[in-house]
Design a protein around this ligand. Sequence first.
Ligand SMILES: [Zn+2]
Length: 104
Amino acid sequence: MTKRKDRSTAIRKVKRRVPSGESREYFIRRKKKPSASCALCGSALRGIGTGAKSSRTPNRRYGGNLCHSCGAKVLVEAQRVREKGKSIDDVEIVLRKYVQGMLG
Ligand SMILES: [Zn+2]
């Protein structure tokens, strides 16, 4: 009988050929699906769920791509450019793509 620890649905049985030529069976834990992460800082995005599109992701600009703090940073930079206080070339290069997207 398979050991209790190997009877979970998170475990699967795989056959691997070893260098001696025989094949052996192993129990391998399935990999977890990677969670969505921020495109700028890499932190895990919160508020990602299931169901309708509006409930699957935060309903704001770059909701499923940027975390709240990076989104705020981009918003501030976009406003500074819009108010002509700052040139788009002075915006940090990693933020530039998103700032341009916000400007339209
Ligand atoms: Zn971020």
